[in-house]
Design a protein around this ligand. Structure first.
Ligand code: 8YV
Length: 315
């Protein structure tokens, strides 16, 4: 029997996934906090690297793995992977699209409702005994019928739009181009979309060209009653401008799953009742994490069987 292909696994994963990998491959584990230069066991016979989307995979790492054939990302985003360096070294890069779309879209709607209806704030209100003490909570805001602006009408953006239809929302989107197959209104200019929206949801790809695209101007256009929801990447938002806008009332509220410097969340946000903060859990359900794990393995198996990857990234 041919020896199992050797693969490097970056980051902590659920035991079941590690066991499934170990049944098929010879594993070398890597703690992403250890610099590649100090990493142990990075032999020349490592042929694949599995990494959480949240961890960087750099040219330096690839140089230490001269026979790397495939980088299989656990997640749909690949902003932390050096794709140029991978291409130069003919390393195939894969991600896990589609299988997490529903969960991320569900969370976008959840954050929208939680922020407008003040679900987290009112949970704190009850727990603090304020209701029992006779206090009347401030009114929240209606969800149904709101104007929803979606930044990026890709797979996840479309899934958010589909759900928003159930709330009778008026849906518009921005992005590099209009989709002729989309029933939603296209607004080329992001600031104009923000001005025309009650809720602006970010669902686009993070790369150097989209860094800080949600800046002070966009937030001002979204306005004092507007809500920003981010389930994409923290780098898309100028977080300093966001905190300032939330604090001085220029922006109405925010529902956030992602941040500029995860897992650190700027404590400025913690004191703001109009903000809902989640610890980057868009895809973190039992069902979806299993589906992501299955897809990572399917990509590796297909590659090693000579059939090519199933879901290569298409930058
Ligand atoms: C994961 C994500 O939590 O798929 C992505 O791009 O951001 C999330 O699904 C991420 O992979 C964590 O590293």
């Amino acid at each position: 029997m041919a020896p199992k292909p050797k693969i490097l696994v970056q980051g902590k994963f659920p035991d079941a996934f590690i066991a499934a990998l170990a049944a098929r491959f010879a594993l070398v584990r890597h703690d992403p906090h250890v610099p590649p230069a100090e990493a142990q066991g990075w032999d020349a016979d490592i042929r694949a690297l599995v990494s959480w989307a949240r961890y960087a995979v750099t040219a330096e790492m690839m140089d230490r793995l001269p026979n790397l054939e495939i980088l299989a990302g656990f997640g749909v985003g690949y902003d932390r992977f050096d794709l140029k360096a991978a291409k130069q070294r003919r390393i195939v890069v894969t991600n896990t699209p589609d299988v997490l779309t529903d969960d991320v879209a569900d969370l976008a709607i959840g954050l929208t409702i939680a922020t407008l209806r003040r679900i987290a704030a009112l949970d704190r209100f009850v727990r603090a005994g304020r209701w029992a003490a006779g206090e009347t909570p401030a009114l929240a805001r209606k969800v149904s019928g709101k104007r929803l602006g979606i930044v990026g009408l890709g797979r996840i953006g479309r899934a958010i739009a589909g759900r928003a239809e159930g709330f009778a929302m008026a849906i518009a989107y921005t992005g590099p181009r209009a989709y002729v197959d989309s029933p939603y209104r296209y607004v080329a200019d992001l600031a104009k979309l923000a001005r025309d929206s009650d809720v602006l949801v970010i669902a686009c790809r993070a790369d150097p060209s989209t860094r800080h695209m949600i800046d002070a101007d966009v937030l001002r256009e979204l306005g004092a009653k507007g809500i920003l929801v981010n389930i994409a990447r923290g780098s898309l938002v100028d977080e300093v401008a966001l905190v300032a806008a939330l604090k001085d009332g220029t922006l109405g509220g925010a529902g956030l799953d992602v941040y500029a410097d995860e897992p650190r969340v700027t404590p400025d946000l913690f004191g703001l009742d109009n903000v809902v903060v989640m610890p980057h859990i868009g895809s973190a359900t039992e069902e979806t994490r299993q589906a992501m794990a299955d897809l990572v393995i399917a990509n590796l198996e297909s590659h090693f069987a000579g059939r090519g990857p199933l879901t290569p990234v298409s930058p």
